[in-house]
Write a protein that binds this ligand. Structure first.
Ligand SMILES: [Zn+2]
Ligand SMILES: [Zn+2]
Length: 100
């Protein structure tokens, strides 16, 4: 028998602790990364909101499924008026795929 009995529980414990600290670190990095762009993102949304309000940008249905209302997704926050319109579901899905 190459395996010693009684080590499995310990191993599983260590493994889950390792994963937990990895996750905390990941969250910390994510927060740092997003804080960096927060100003930019906020400004882009404000500019877009104003453009929609005064009619220079038309709110479109979701590019993926055509449902409304859609949210403006910025591919590039330095171009606040260049957005892709996506419903909440597809917008979330896109961000999830971007952050992984
Ligand atoms: Zn959609
Ligand atoms: Zn977005």
């Amino acid at each position: 028998m190459p395996y010693r009995t009684g080590t499995w529980g310990d191993q599983a414990k260590h493994r889950s602790e390792g994963r937990k600290s990895y996750f905390a670190e990941y969250q910390r990095q994510w927060r740092l990364r997003n804080a960096e762009h927060w100003e930019e993102r906020h400004a882009a949304r404000r500019i877009l909101g104003r453009a929609v309000a005064n009619g220079s940008i038309k709110r479109m249905p979701c590019e993926n499924c055509g449902s409304q209302p859609a949210q403006g997704h910025h591919r590039d926050y330095s171009k606040p008026l260049e957005v892709v319109w996506l419903c909440k579901r597809h917008h979330l899905r896109l961000h999830r795929s971007l952050s992984s």
